[in-house]
Every structure is written in structure tokens, then in C-alpha cells.
Write a protein of this length. Structure first.
Length: 397
């Protein structure tokens, strides 16, 4: 085989792989447009024998959404894709103490209130409920585990016998704690941090000005969001988006892959049912995000298995979930593709997001500003921090 022929063959192989990843091969086209995730089912049935465990379940569901065999193999047969129980286990451990046995939680809350304890009656667990149970257990000289359990309910029922009880009609929800409008994440708002983001912002001032002209969103606000989300691109996540989302989707199809990681919660049939049902709901959400990540990657020629991310799959300088990348991602540098790991594309995409969620420019009230930033992240201290940094940059141009 001649050297020229080998070079030619190598070039054809590379071209074939690029076409495969972009969705140009093996993808049904509707109306003359190949999207990488067509609405209609795939023309060919999926050969699951070509998909390794534990990816068969997610692959089957994605095939029904129109992804081709070639596309699914490009993802699920990639040596860079690795299963991890981490994200689903973290989510189950977060939700279990809040929502498991909500009827039991509410009954214990009501009876503790009748016994004179101050407690919110909402059917949700959490630190306040645990603290009230521990106080009750301390008063009764019981083991102080703070657990919502039949044993706790039995102890509460015993304590209620022969006692004058406060009527439930006297209950009114305690006033919500007023969120601070001044507290910030100080690692982003101390003097050294502000000096650093000021320098970074000024170096890229021209990009921010172009975005601002396009979307009527202050460049300082987009810079502040990137500063708080990723330290202006310095920390893009220690996980991989494809690993996180595909792994959560796999747990929805086969609970056994995450079962060992939540064995401390899997105590009885009722616990197992809650964990399995929650895994399905969260896994279906992850599958939607994985589908969006695949569509985005195939459209723009990216290797989705290489994207760094948060534990739940947020990507890029602005930490967009993949579904938001499809909705709000912008080719800010006009190179023909959207890349949220490109600074310019990230800046324009954040501007597009903020405008789409109500940023009008001009004179906006503090409440209006807060409401828009809250759409980006629902944490009050996050909003405080972003607006603090943005106002600092506006005043120190």
C-alpha cells in the first residue's frame, strides 16, 4: 500500500467519523434539515447487542426519539464514557429526608405541635423537623436520632396519652425567614476577587459591549455571572457532562446500578419504592438533558464525552444545562457553531438568556433586576453576589 493511498484512506476515515458525529449519516431528515434529534422515530430499529451495559436502557429510549444507531454507538461505545453512581446517589440522598414518607412526616409534625413544640407542618422533612424531633426525644429521655420513623410516631403517640393537647386549629405557619439582601459569597466579593474580575472584564470590554448592543443587557452583569459560576472560565467543573447525565438515565432504567450507593437508605419495601420511583423521575430528567447534549454536540461537531461539567451536567463558562444551550446558545464569534466553552459564545448566550427572561435594559427596579437573575439561579445569596459584582464593575469601569 503506497504512502499516498494510506494518507487518502486516513482522510476518508476521518471524514466519515466527522459526518457520523454531526448526524449527517444514519439520521432521518425531515423537511430537508438534519437536526441530530429528529422528532420522528428512527427509520431503522436499534441493535441493542451493539450497546454495552449499563447503557442499553437509555439507548433504547433515545432511539425512540430518533437518534440513529451510529449516533448512539458514537456515544455509548465511546471509551471516554464511564458510569458513576455519584450524581443519582447524591440526588436520592438529598431528596430522601425531605420527601420520603410525607404522610408520616406530616402526622408527626401535627402531633408534635399538639404537644407544644414549635414546628412547621408541611409534610416535608429537613433540619427544622429533625431539630423538633430531637428536642422531643431529649425531653422524653429517648435516643436522640431525630429520625422520621414509625418508632418516633409510636413514642409521640405514647406521650400524647392523658395530656391536654394544643388544638390543630391554633396552628398557623411560622413567618418565612426574610432573606438577606446584602449577604454575598465573599470569595467573589472580597477586595482581591473584585480587583481580579475588574481586570478580566476590562480586557474583554469590546466583546461585552457588542453583546450589550445586541441584547440590551449590561456587560457587567454577564461578566458577574461568569465570575460566580466558573471564576470566569477558570473552573469549568470536575465531572463530565455525558458521564453524569447518562449515568442518571441508566439508573432510571435499572435501579440496581445505583442500589449499592444508597444501601443506607434502602431499609424496607417502602423505602425501596420511593428510591426507585425517584430514580425514574430524576433519570428521565437526565435523559432529556442528555438528548439535548447530544443534539447540541452533533449539530456543532463537538465531542460530547469530553465536556467538563457540574455534578448534574451544567456546562460552559456560564454553566448552562444542555436544554438551555439549545434554547439560548448563540454563535457570538460567528465561526459557524455554538460553543459554550468559547468565551464570546458564552457571553452572548448569557445575554440572550437574560433578555429572554425579562431583562429590558434602561431603568429597571431592584425587584425587576433580582427577578431576572433569579431565573438563572434561585438562590437569594447567589442573586445578591451577582448584582454586587455587576454594580461594582459598572461603577469602576
Amino acid at each position: 500500500m503506497s504512502a499516498d493511498f494510506k494518507r487518502c484512506l486516513s482522510g476518508l476515515t476521518s471524514l466519515f467519523f466527522c459526518l457520523l458525529l454531526s448526524g449527517c449519516l444514519g439520521t432521518k431528515t425531515t423537511g430537508g434539515s438534519t437536526t441530530g434529534s429528529p422528532a420522528a422515530p428512527a427509520v431503522r430499529s436499534l441493535n441493542l447487542s451493539r450497546i454495552p451495559e449499563p447503557w442499553k436502557g437509555p439507548a433504547g429510549k433515545l432511539s425512540q426519539r430518533g437518534f440513529s444507531q451510529e449516533q448512539l454507538e458514537a456515544v455509548f461505545r465511546s471509551p471516554n464514557l464511564n458510569y458513576t453512581s455519584g450524581p443519582m446517589a447524591a440526588k436520592l440522598k438529598e431528596l430522601y429526608p425531605i420527601y420520603f414518607r410525607s404522610d408520616l412526616i406530616k402526622e408527626i409534625q401535627e402531633k408534635l405541635f399538639q404537644l407544644g413544640y414549635e414546628i412547621r407542618i408541611d409534610g416535608r422533612g429537613g433540619p427544622d423537623t429533625k431539630d423538633a424531633i430531637i428536642k422531643f426525644q431529649t425531653d422524653r429521655h429517648l435516643g436522640r436520632d431525630g429520625q422520621v420513623s414509625p418508632a418516633t410516631l409510636a413514642a409521640v403517640n405514647r406521650a400524647m396519652k392523658g395530656r391536654a393537647l394544643r388544638p390543630l386549629s391554633e396552628y398557623s405557619p411560622p413567618p418565612a425567614r426574610k432573606a438577606s439582601r446584602t449577604a454575598t459569597h465573599t470569595q467573589f466579593t472580597n477586595a482581591a476577587a473584585l480587583a481580579k474580575i475588574k481586570g478580566l472584564y476590562q480586557a474583554d470590554r469590546e466583546i461585552f459591549q457588542r453583546m450589550s448592543r445586541e441584547y440590551n443587557v449590561p456587560g457587567e452583569l454577564a461578566a458577574a455571572i461568569m465570575w460566580v459560576e466558573t471564576r470566569y472560565g477558570e473552573f469549568l467543573g470536575r465531572y463530565k457532562a455525558a458521564d453524569m447525565l447518562a449515568s442518571m438515565a441508566a439508573a432510571a432504567s435499572d435501579f440496581s446500578v445505583v442500589q449499592a450507593a444508597v444501601s443506607d437508605l434502602d431499609k424496607d419495601r417502602e423505602s425501596r419504592r420511593f428510591l426507585e420511583e425517584t430514580a425514574v423521575r430524576r433519570g428521565d430528567w437526565a435523559l432529556n438533558e442528555l438528548a439535548a447534549l447530544m443534539t447540541y454536540s452533533f449539530r456543532n461537531g463537538h465531542d460530547l464525552t469530553a465536556f467538563p461539567s457540574s455534578i448534574f451536567g451544567a456546562v460552559g463558562w456560564g454553566q448552562f444545562m444542555p436544554s438551555n444551550v439549545l434554547k439560548y446558545g448563540v454563535d457570538g464569534n460567528r465561526d459557524g457553531r455554538v460553543d459554550l466553552f468559547d468565551k464570546t459564545d458564552a457571553i452572548f448566550s448569557i445575554g440572550h438568556f437574560l433578555k429572554s427572561h425579562g431583562w429590558t435594559g434602561g431603568r429597571m427596579s431592584e425587584e425587576q433586576r433580582r427577578a431576572v437573575v433569579m431565573k438563572y439561579n434561585k438562590s437569594g445569596i447567589y442573586v445578591n453576589t451577582v448584582l454586587y459584582v455587576a454594580d461594582y464593575l459598572a461603577k469602576n469601569k
